[in-house]
Design a protein. Structure first.
Length: 247
């Protein structure tokens, strides 16, 4: 059995910092993705094993709170653990620290799916007893229910509409857009709308995947306390997101 909490370490690189000197928000998700892969590998399930199984864990939703800006050269430590397992779904927690200070927290809801690489179709797959034993549950959660903003019942008028095409460099080993890129796209939306304040919270819900060269349309609306985002492929909703920003 692996240790319940796995730690990942790294220093903030110059390429991860934007013009204001702070880390781009999607870089937190990159670190969390690396930490999750390291935790899975430590439990005996590296990426190649999942490929042999014809299965993978896919993110359905992620909530990210950025508690303080961090800068180039900061030494980051990230703790991650599994907080629950529900049939073919599991929540993973992430806590990012610089020294003794918590600078970011996140919770991701993962789906365990079998993947037919010929057709790229997926269906739920239940973890077996060996996998359950490999990832012991620590029920602690890093975000309180009052910290996660509710989805707006009626978003305001679309203030910005952007078209984009999925580029080959945005595709991951599963053949679709890596979940990290969506937060970078949402940051681009906000910047184009004139919002350069630091991200303090992001809620992302992945409705469908996007694949190479897919034409996408992004919508941006104002909502109470922040921004509401949607990304569409034709009539299909690919992602919805909420972001909040500081001064």
């Amino acid at each position: 059995m692996m240790a319940p909490v796995v730690q990942w370490r790294g220093a903030v690189r110059l390429s991860e910092v934007g013009p204001e000197g702070r880390v781009w928000p999607h870089r937190y998700l990159e670190w969390m993705q690396e930490a999750a892969a390291a935790a899975s590998s430590a439990g005996g399930y590296p990426p190649d094993r999942y490929q042999q199984m014809g299965a993978a864990w896919f993110i359905r939703e992620i909530n990210l709170a950025v508690d303080r800006d961090i800068e180039f050269g900061d030494e980051v430590e990230l703790d991650t653990w599994v907080s629950d397992l529900r049939r073919f779904r599991s929540r993973r927690q992430y806590r990012v620290r610089v020294g003794d200070e918590v600078v970011a927290r996140a919770e991701a809801d993962w789906l365990f799916l079998s993947l037919d690489r010929a057709t790229m179709k997926v269906k739920p797959k239940h973890p077996d007893d060996a996998m359950k034993a490999a990832f012991p549950i620590v029920p602690e959660r890093v975000l309180g229910p009052d910290e996660v903003p509710a989805w707006p019942e009626a978003p305001g008028a679309v203030l910005q509409r952007r078209e984009r095409r999925v580029e080959p460099t945005e595709i991951d080993r599963h053949g679709h857009v890596n979940h990290v890129h969506y937060l970078a796209w949402l940051e681009d939306q906000a910047r184009e709308a004139g919002e350069a304040g630091p991200l303090t919270f992001a809620r992302l819900f992945y409705e469908a995947d996007a694949r190479p060269l897919d034409p996408l349309v992004e919508h941006l609306s104002r909502v109470d306390g922040g921004w509401y985002h949607e990304i569409h492929r034709g009539d299909a909703l690919v992602l919805r997101g909420l972001t909040r920003r500081g001064q």
